[in-house]
Design a protein. Structure first.
Length: 128
C-alpha cells in the first residue's frame, strides 16, 4: 500500500504542509508515501504529476479535491505504471459529484432548496 499526497508547491520533494502530518504518520506505520504534483493533475498533465511515484502496487490518494475527469486521467496514468488507486475513477465521481451520492443519502439529506436554472426547488438532482 502506498499513500499519495500533494507535493509542497515550493519544495516539490516534500508533502504539502496540510498533508505532512498524515504523510509522517503513514511512514511511521510502515506505509510508503509518495508526493504528486496536484497542479499538474489539475491541468490534465497527469504524466508530469507523479515522477516520484514508484511503479507497481496499490495506492490511496489523499489530497486536494479534483474534478472527476482529472482524477480519471490521473488514475489512467498511474495504471500505465502498474499502480492501482483504491478508489476508482467511477467511485470518485460518484462520491464527489451530484447526483452520484444523492440516492444513497437521500433519506438523511434535506431536499435541495435551490439549484441551477431549470432545476425546480426541492427536486431530485439529475445527471446532465
Amino acid at each position: 500500500m502506498m499513500l499519495l499526497v500533494p507535493a509542497h508547491p515550493l519544495r516539490p520533494r516534500r508533502p504539502d504542509d496540510h498533508f505532512a502530518p498524515e504523510a509522517h504518520a503513514a511512514r511511521a506505520a510502515g506505509i510508503d508515501v509518495a508526493v504528486v504534483d496536484h497542479d499538474a493533475v489539475a491541468r490534465d498533465d497527469a504524466q508530469a504529476a507523479f515522477t516520484a511515484v514508484p511503479a507497481g502496487g496499490v495506492a490511496v490518494y489523499r489530497g486536494w479535491m479534483l474534478h472527476s475527469d482529472r482524477y480519471a486521467g490521473f488514475a489512467d496514468a498511474l495504471t500505465a505504471r502498474d499502480v492501482t488507486l483504491r478508489t476508482s475513477a467511477e467511485q470518485y465521481r460518484r462520491a464527489h459529484e451530484l447526483p452520484g451520492w444523492y440516492d444513497g443519502l437521500a433519506p438523511t439529506t434535506s431536499s435541495p432548496r435551490s439549484g441551477p436554472a431549470g432545476c425546480p426547488s426541492g427536486s431530485r438532482p439529475r445527471s446532465p
